[in-house]
Design a protein around this ligand. Structure first.
Ligand code: NAD
Length: 363
């Protein structure tokens, strides 16, 4: 295919559990001539140096230095939830297009500052809400948009991680996050995208004490959130990160939506693919989310909506570099306003937990 743009030059901030997927996603695009992976910044130098050697890229200990020196078009941010704002603002102020992992920021004010900066600089601001790229969710969104389900009235979503996520993977910063920030925002965005409405009121109940007492991780165990949307639709969102290590998948998740003319249910964990290997127990596979395969050149690749969502950001930058306007792209990717709306629900849920009150949101 003829290309009339220079492939996007990307730097990644954060090379941990999820940042490594960003690195691999952009690396694969580089192999296909669609992007250039240039640099990585992460705090832990030894792991950073190893990753940089593997991908043949530059290591930076300081993200500001990377943004200034690495000659980048775009920066993707996969650092702990509460650190996104400072990094996004630094990248945007240097004129870089930015992909931010969910949640965009853990404050409404932070999201608004990032949106303002991106609008002033005229750069792309995309949030990695990859549930929008799941083919099952895309089919549901299309049916809802076409009116097949009538008026969307109510629904229920659940997203629950195994406890190794807060205990082994994120113990350092899980106390600065929560099931709402780490998991809930995925489904707040997904539901908003499907029902095309904003939250009007938020009520939350939460449980804490189990992770802190049993594992020394001082954070919420589970949070249940009830949201009423401006359309009148009412949804329950349950999020937790305390499933036992023996559970068959790292995450249990799904949703059901009921309208005046129909119902749609997606079990996003149990998709009908199961295995059991000696000494490993039962396991379910969500190959829609991520799968490994070899391409015709024998290169080891990962595919699935988790990867596509990140790659779509790089493709959007390529579209911009080939002359497509931000205005034309608008509505075709999760943007800063989508990030803001998910954050407003999550922040309101935490305010509701603190006050015991129903939080009303202004439109
Ligand atoms: N889209 C998804 O489904 C999904 C899944 C998991 C995590 N995430 C999100 O991705 C982000 C990262 O999560 P993770 O699981 O990879 O966390 P992690 O703890 O495994 O990795 C965090 C990385 O950030 C780096 N870092 C921390 N402070 C830094 C600083 N000041 N400068 C440079 N680097 C710094 C660390 O060195 C580490 O490499 C979070 O926002 C999380 O919510 C998204």
């Amino acid at each position: 295919m003829k290309r009339d743009y220079k492939p996007v030059r990307v730097g990644v901030i954060g090379g941990g559990k999820f940042g490594q997927i960003h690195l691999q996603a952009f690396h694969q695009m580089e192999l296909d001539g669609e992007a250039k992976l240039i640099a990585l910044c992460r705090r832990d130098q030894q792991s950073g140096a190893e990753q940089c050697k593997r991908y043949g890229i530059a290591y930076y200990a300081d993200y500001r230095q990377m943004i200034l020196d690495a000659n980048l078009d775009a920066v993707s941010i996969a650092t702990p939830d509460h650190l996104h704002r400072e990094m996004a603002l630094a990248a945007i102020e240097s004129g870089k297009h930015v992909l931010i992992e969910k949640p965009m920021d853990t404050t409404e004010e932070g999201c608004r500052a990032i949106i303002r900066a991106a609008e002033e600089k005229g750069v792309l601001l995309q949030v990695d809400f990859h549930k929008r790229y799941d083919p099952e969710h895309q089919a549901l969104e299309r049916a809802a948009k076409q009116g097949d389900m009538g008026d969307l009235l109510y629904g229920y979503c659940w997203m629950e991680d195994r406890l190794e996520v807060p205990v082994d993977w994120l113990s350092e910063w899980a106390p600065s996050s929560s099931p709402v920030w780490f998991l809930g925002v995925h489904f707040y965005d997904l539901v908003r995208w499907i029902i095309k409405s904003k939250a009007k009121s938020v009520n939350a109940l939460g449980h804490r004490g189990f992770l802190s007492k049993e594992y020394g991780v001082d954070t919420w165990d589970s949070i249940s959130v009830q949201v009423e949307f401006e359309s009148g639709a009412q949804f329950q969102f349950q999020s937790s990160w305390i499933l036992p290590r023996e559970f068959e998948a790292i995450v249990n998740q799904g949703l059901r939506i009921i309208g005046s003319r129909g119902i749609w249910e997606v079990d996003s964990q149990m998709r009908g693919s199961q295995s059991c290997f000696k000494d490993q127990g039962m396991r379910t596979w969500n190959n829609n989310a991520m799968r490994e395969y070899s391409n015709v050149e024998g290169q080891s690749r990962i595919g699935g909506y988790v990867v596509e969502s990140i790659q779509e950001f790089a493709r959007n930058v390529n579209r911009i570099n080939s002359g497509v306007s931000l205005y034309k792209l608008s509505g075709h990717y999760p943007d800063g306003y989508d990030g803001l709306e998910a954050t407003r629900i999550a922040a309101a849920a935490h305010r509701s937990l603190e006050t015991g009150e129903i939080i009303r949101l202004n439109s």
